[in-house]
Design a protein around this ligand. Sequence first.
Ligand SMILES: C[C@H](O)[C@H](O)[C@H]1CNC2=NC(N)=NC(=O)C2=N1
Length: 114
Amino acid sequence: MSEELQDRVCTPCRGGIPPLARAEAEAMLSRVPGWELADEASCLVRRYEFGDFAEALAFVQRLGAVAEEQGHHPDIAFGWGWATVSWQTKKIRGLHENDFIMAARTDALLAGRR
Ligand SMILES: C[C@H](O)[C@H](O)[C@H]1CNC2=NC(N)=NC(=O)C2=N1
C-alpha cells in the first residue's frame, strides 16, 4: 500500500466485526513509529511533550477538531508540557484500521515540529 496512512479517511465502523488480532496490530505498528500497543493490544497509545501548558492545550484542541471531522475520537489526558493520546474503536472494544489512520493523523498535526 503506497498511500500514506495520514492521507486516508476513517470509514464508518458500526461494530459487528472483530477487532484486529494482536499479530495484525503488531504488523501495522511499523507504519506509526512512536506508538505502542496497550491493554492487551486493544488500543494505541503515544505520549507527546510540549514546551508548556498552552502548547499542550492547543494540540488537544487541534486534535479534537480532526476527531470531529473524521467522526473518530481519542481518549486524551494532558497537563503542563505533555499529552497522552489513546486510540481505540469503542464499538468493537479494540483496534480497527481507523485507529492507525488517526494515529498517523495525530502525528501529522505536529509534523515539522520534531
Ligand atoms: C456514529 C459514530 O460514528 C460513532 O459513534 C463513532 C464516534 N466516534 C468514535 N470514536 C471511537 N474512538 N470509537 C468509536 O467506535 C466511535 N464511534
